[in-house]
Design a protein around this ligand. Sequence first.
Ligand code: GDP
Ligand code: MG
Length: 707
Amino acid sequence: MSTMHRELPPHIAQRAQRVFRLARSRLAKERLLYLQRESVQAADHVRRVAQDLHSLADTNYAGSRSAQTAKELEALAGSLSQLSTDLERPFLLFVVGMGKFGKSTLINALLGQRVAAMDALPKTWKIDVFTSTLPEDIAEIRTYDGRVERMPVPDAMNLIADEERRREASEEKVWELFQEQARELSSVTERELLRQELELLHLYRSPIVEVKWPVRAGAITSYFDVVDTPGLWQERPGRERLADRPNNGSTPSPGAGASADSQPFSLVSSEDLRSYYLQADGVLWMLDATKLAAGKPQELMSDLNAALSRVGGVTQNAVAVLNRIDLVRRNGGDEAVMRVIDQARRLLADTFQHIVPVSAREALEAREAGDEQQLERSGLPELLAIIDQRFRISGADVRWWSKSEGRRQYLQEVRAVSIRYRQELSDAERVLQEKDAAAKRHMQSLEKRAHQSLSEVLSEYKVAVRSRIQLKATYVLKMDESSRHEYLEEKIFQVHDLKTGLEKLQIALQKEYGEAFARLVPQQQFTAFRYVAPPPLLLSLAGASPNEDLSSIYVTTEDLELPSDLAITGVISVLGASILGPVGLVLGPLLSGTVQDYFASRHERKLQQRLERQLEVIVTSAREAFQEAIGELSRDYEGRLRDVREHSFAQVHVPTSKVSAVLDNMSELRGVAEQTTPAPVMKDLLLVPWLRQQQSRRRTDNKEVIA
Ligand SMILES: Nc1nc2c(ncn2[C@@H]2O[C@H](COP(=O)(O)OP(=O)(O)O)[C@@H](O)[C@H]2O)c(=O)[nH]1
Ligand SMILES: [Mg+2]
């Protein structure tokens, strides 16, 4: 049997085409609405969590991990909202690439006007959008928090110049601090970490993320906003990467020999870079043709792959532009050009659908001179044709793809951030418990030693008094009542000695506790920095001590040799001098009248026993009072350590009482990033409603028949 092809009758074919076109445009609309709705919803949720976290974070502390995480989430929420807003803008055509070999020049050539600064190396990361949607001579500045401001072009230029200067000054500062502090560090990893910490603390980050510049309306601007970007990677002008600089005086290791200047670096983190890149609807990816002509295809590919991995590997919406083809032609003629193009097609077949060789410089010159022949040779007309085909005619589909991919990657980032911080916070909580246990252990062993010392002092005293009782009780019996009192106190019990002994012990214990505290503080303190000295932890401990009234000796922070960054206000309380009160009380009745009988009976043996019992009473009551004071001292210092621990934990993360709430928020956020409703497809829009329509029609038909 053979399949028969029958032409549809023309009126049916026409109708089918119309229906199909209608369906497509309805689908496109539905998809955009879906994308907007989903992005806005996700953005709202992420923003809510970020704000919660922000309100708990100590935002004054430069090392606050929770504040940093909140910022990251806020930025992602911003990207998701922006994505939704961008759907109402003209198609965003980004020009990106490594290094500086013609992005801005190409933009000027495409627009036919010199609007993008050429030979410029921006220090701050922002995108420059050239658009014909603005009033004449008015620029529009957008900051990372979504605020938008319009101003005259010259004002915008001044503002940007100021931002560049601030950034440069902060780079200087980082550089100076690094030179000072890196001397101690020998390994590259340590130096790199130090650099990161210094940059985190001191590098100025401009809030400006986008500037729209007005351009004359022309062919390309009727469909596209053209976007200039700083190099995905660029070479640091004039200065080496800090971490690569060899240590003072030492010789650089072999292999580090290549000038550090040739090391590419990025102005922004991979995450930031990705969030910019994902705003693009379509991308012109600039590559350097001279790399291939010079026989360096591996270099070109490894640079490309490194850059691609930083932007999430998205190329389905990108066209490769092989620039500086004029230099290849000048050196090797048309044959070299063909060779380079062939090689590029082979190397890049998997990455880019289209590869267009151009000379941006020639294109710009030709457009300005009106030289049609040179323009043709520059490759610009071919590039324009491809831009038209891919980004205008198939624009809606490309945009849908780009924005869906953007949303997917933003959500993935949200997920990664929430998983990471959840882990970090629960690890920190575990460390908090470990530190707590360690502090308790230290305090217990201190307390144990204090008790031992106390026992030693008391038993020494006991031995001494007992031997005096043995030796001198006889004299007491011979004395008259008036001298007896003094003799007992000064020659037998020698209460003064006991007082001195206990006072000495008291001073020794204060010193020991103080030193232990100073030693334990750095171990108990949380900090986000390894190499940079953390900002001061201000603890207000005044009034925290329960036995402040008892304090007779004040130990100040100088005595304790505390780390200078730990400023404790107030006084460290000590064992009160009044602890010796009970000793006095015990001696009182002893000396006044209760033992008169023994003296009267002149019973030496009994008197000795009685005095020894009194000695027991004195020692026991001194021990009890002193032990209680030791307990109080330990609890007091334990409380101080808890303050250090929990204050610094709250600085780096959130107050300990909020940890579980934050952990829950992070888990929930991860869920939000994972569950997404599927995008509408054709059958949702057409088939189902159509079937329903058919069914209901059939039902009404049937009813009519029955009737
Ligand atoms: N020979 C040649 N030079 C070019 C070409 N395109 C750009 N350049 C030059 O490369 C330098 C950097 O160009 P620019 O557009 O500022 O690069 P960007 O940093 O990527 O924006 C400028 O001096 C341009 O004149 C080209 O196609 N051929
Ligand atoms: Mg440029």
